[in-house]
Design a protein around this ligand. Structure first.
Ligand code: PLP
Length: 220
């Protein structure tokens, strides 16, 4: 079933879009099943859960972190994550920069933009993102690689609302490129989940983060 789901989704992705298998709340047996079907890119949203799963999976797995990251949990995540997709505050960015300096590492991140109409306040505004990136270009974060943007659309059946959310994220992405051509590694536009990824593709998504449609309902 997992292999079939992966194949089915992948067959619909354009060549520039990668599938991120969101494995949070699923046991490693299921991750292994996806791995055996060829999946190498996984994402987790809780630091402890990710740190526990990493040693149980083959070494060539790439891990993205997509959840809320508290500054006191960096050491559970940053040694393993090839990309932190959910950087949502300046405070977190400053902590990641400090961790990178102390550990002589460059950390790859996406900035999360608040695009949904839901009550959640998670994420930067467009203006904040452009400000952070301007500072980055001026050298404010030498241990952070800014790789793009992430966003979550409104939880709704109204596809017009979802299209609006994704188009705002794509617009910020385009603005960042035209304002700051120095950002040569700013290439990822992470948007689209189980229920809305086909819509996200229409707005240029390069990373779709899909959990339920691969693994079924979350188990814990
Ligand atoms: C859980 C989660 C997903 C995957 O959600 P599904 O609806 O199960 O596909 C994607 N992105 C983020 C940030 C998540 O927390």
């Amino acid at each position: 079933m997992i292999a079939e789901n992966l194949l089915n989704i992948k067959s619909k992705l354009p060549s520039g879009t990668r599938l991120v298998a969101v494995s949070k709340f699923h046991p490693v047996e299921k991750l292994q099943e996806a791995y055996d079907a060829g999946q190498r890119l996984f994402a987790e949203s809780r630091p402890q859960e990710m740190a526990a799963k990493v040693p149980q999976m083959p070494a060539d797995v790439q891990w993205h972190f997509i959840g809320h990251l508290q500054t006191n949990k960096l050491k559970l995540v940053l040694p393993y994550a090839t990309l932190v997709e959910s950087v949502d505050t300046l405070r977190l960015l400053v902590s990641i920069e400090r961790w990178g300096a102390e550990n002589e590492r460059t950390v790859s991140v996406l900035l999360e933009q608040h695009i949904s109409q839901d009550a959640t306040k998670q994420g930067f505004t467009e203006a904040e993102i452009l400000m952070v990136l301007t500072q980055a270009v001026r050298g404010a974060f030498p241990h952070i690689r800014f790789c793009g943007l992430m966003g979550m659309a409104t939880l709704t059946d109204d596809s017009g609302v979802i299209h609006g959310d994704f188009s705002r994220l794509a617009e910020t992405f385009a603005k960042a490129h035209s304002m700051l051509p120095e950002l040569t590694e700013f290439k990822e536009l992470s948007m689209g989940m189980s229920d809305d990824w086909p819509l996200a593709l229409e707005h240029g998504s390069t990373l779709v983060r899909i959990g339920t449609a691969i693994f079924g309902p979350r188990e814990y």
